[in-house]
Ligand binder design. Structure first.
Ligand code: ASP
Length: 320
């Protein structure tokens, strides 16, 4: 039995370029999510409940690239993905290729708690949602349609010959809004958990899976060390197994803040010359909070019992 801890929640609303007109709703959105999760923790709720509810609030908000308001793929369709991990048992659940599930993070929890599997995608996941009576909602918003048209226009204007989307992104970073959401928490029992949810990369190929639902890449939690949620270019986090790497740094005695900074530094050193925007949040088992990124911005906040009025930020420690 772990001794009683002070609960902590850290929430992100994505790395990348936050357009000025959307900054305020983003900051308000992460604060609302963190408050929801923290209230659960304060009343003795579990870290898993805290991160799931925090992420669900952001999926419902229409502000972030997750749930309602997800980015469109190159075929103008939404394919959402999400994951959740319980650091107490190392159980995890993940879902992908979802077209209209209102809260992908809740379906990830169903996979974790009601099946023998970790990762279920597409039709199978949609069937599971039906069995467990999860709500459906059309996730496409006016804003995402507007972004989609702009992005397609940029592609049409001579960029179609590009062999890699990375070149396009380098030239037009403003078109690629990375507003994935995530949360990590430590509860009063000393248990940690994490959850991450996304519509994925704008203009992604159909069937593309990013880091967010991949355990160890976008999401990882282990009661012995802490928890981490990633945002940014999923392919980078996958190649570096980044969320688990952050936890490994904590396992080697680093605080949450030191661990996320080391991990972003690793990104910069090991994958320096492609579009490598990444953002990371973490909590360690001592209640230490970590947030770092190499992207221009990252929308995030955190709450501990000492914080009366949470402040949301558009940057954390920028590691260059
Ligand atoms: N990591 C997400 C992905 O690659 C994008 C993001 O963080 O916004 O799908």
């Amino acid at each position: 039995m772990n001794e009683a801890r002070k609960p902590v929640i850290v929430v992100h609303g994505g790395a990348g370029t936050w357009h000025s007109e959307r900054r305020q709703p983003g900051l308000e959105g992460v604060k609302r999510a963190a408050k929801t999760g923290f209230e659960i923790l304060e009343h003795g709720g579990s870290a898993v409940d805290g991160v799931m509810e925090a992420v669900a609030v952001m999926e419902d908000g229409g502000v972030f690239n997750a749930g309602y308001g997800s980015s469109l793929n190159i075929e103008k369709r939404v394919e959402m993905e999400a994951s959740i991990m319980d650091g107490r048992t190392l159980q995890a659940g993940a879902v992908g290729l979802l077209e209209d599930i209102k809260n992908p993070v809740c379906l990830a929890r169903v996979v974790m708690e009601e099946t023998d599997h970790v990762f279920v995608v597409g039709e199978g996941a949609e069937k599971l949602a039906e069995i467990f009576n999860l709500e459906r909602k059309e996730p496409i918003t006016e804003l995402r349609l507007k972004y989609y048209e702009k992005q397609r226009k940029a592609l049409r204007e001579g960029k179609l010959q590009l062999p890699r989307l990375a070149d396009l992104i380098r030239k037009h970073p403003e078109l690629f809004t990375l507003e994935t959401v995530g949360a990590v928490a430590l509860d009063k029992e000393g248990n940690v958990a994490t959850a991450t949810s996304t519509g994925g990369f704008p203009l992604k190929l159909p069937g593309r899976i990013g880091d967010s639902p991949l355990i160890g890449c976008g999401t990882y939690a282990d009661n012995q060390v802490g928890a981490c949620s990633a945002t940014g270019v999923g392919e980078i986090a996958i190649r570096l197994v980044l969320a688990k790497t952050v936890c490994d740094f904590m396992d080697n005695g680093k605080t949450a803040q030191e661990a996320v900074e080391l991990a972003v530094d690793l990104v910069n050193r090991r994958i320096p010359d492609t579009y490598n925007s990444m953002g990371l949040i973490a909590v360690d088992v001592c209640g230490g909070v970590g947030a770092a990124h190499n992207s221009p911005t990252m929308c995030w906040t955190y709450i501990t019992p000492e914080i009366q009025k949470p402040v949301a930020y558009l940057t954390a420690k920028i590691v260059k």
